[in-house]
Design a protein. Structure first.
Length: 235
């Protein structure tokens, strides 16, 4: 039988890390790819190696499954994006209803780059941590966007490309729950200690839900999801 391989968009954040472990349990081999676009929270990229090492330490099977990591530099995205994720500016909601943390075209570019890398690596299953229930309503996280992109990339490469988004219908409490179902407290310890979500890039404070300033939208979402999950489970 042909071994199944997947390429995971892996930022070093909570959602992409949960998606990575999901991929490890659904594919024979997994590769990861991260994107450096001069993001304000570039520290997330520094977390990636630690996360990969610690996931492999959970079980030898993950060392055998996760076989290679890639990093793609796309600084031009940061240069053309006037957002609070690529500039040191205050986070606020714009008149169009979107937060100024929205980086236009980011996920569209990420999947196109990942598909090009996957073509060279003979990997045609891509995995991303996008979810429709994200508080921000980022338009490039919607199921319709991802489904359309899957079709477009498949046509453009003349090859069936499958984009998997295992968190698509989950809120943050659901994602914490999934992380526990995947590998219990050992994996949740990695999420809390090693992943990075805070938009400000603050890793000076370790909270019960992880590092972060505690005030930016990403921290609030992560904290509230953790507390909701914790309160609904007798652990």
């Amino acid at each position: 039988m042909t071994k199944k391989s997947a390429l995971v968009l892996f930022s070093g954040g909570q959602d992409s890390t949960v998606s990575l472990l999901w991929a490890c349990q659904n594919f024979d081999y997994v590769e990861t790819v991260g994107f450096n676009y001069n993001q304000r929270h570039i520290i997330e990229m520094e977390c990636r190696n630690t996360i990969l090492t610690n996931i492999k330490n959970i079980s030898k099977k993950y060392s055998d499954i996760i076989i290679q990591d890639h990093v793609i530099d796309i600084p031009s995205l940061g240069k053309i994006s006037e957002t609070s994720l690529t500039r040191d500016t205050k986070i606020y909601i714009k008149k169009n209803g979107l937060p100024n943390t929205f980086v236009p075209g980011r996920n569209l570019l990420f999947f196109n780059y990942a598909a090009a890398l996957g073509w060279r690596r003979d990997i045609f299953d891509l995995v991303g941590g996008m979810c429709d229930t994200d508080y921000s309503g980022y338009p490039d996280c919607r199921r319709d966007t991802i489904s359309s992109l899957e079709k477009t990339i498949s046509l453009g490469l003349d090859k069936q490309i499958n984009i998997h988004t295992p968190l698509m219908n989950m809120n943050k409490s659901d994602i914490w729950n999934l992380s526990y179902e995947l590998e219990g407290k050992k994996f949740q310890k990695i999420l809390i200690n090693d992943t990075h979500t805070c938009y400000i890039g603050d890793r000076s404070n370790l909270n019960d839900w992880g590092y972060g300033c505690g005030d930016c939208p990403a921290c609030i979402l992560r904290r509230d999801g953790y507390n909701e999950w914790l309160n609904s489970n007798d652990l």
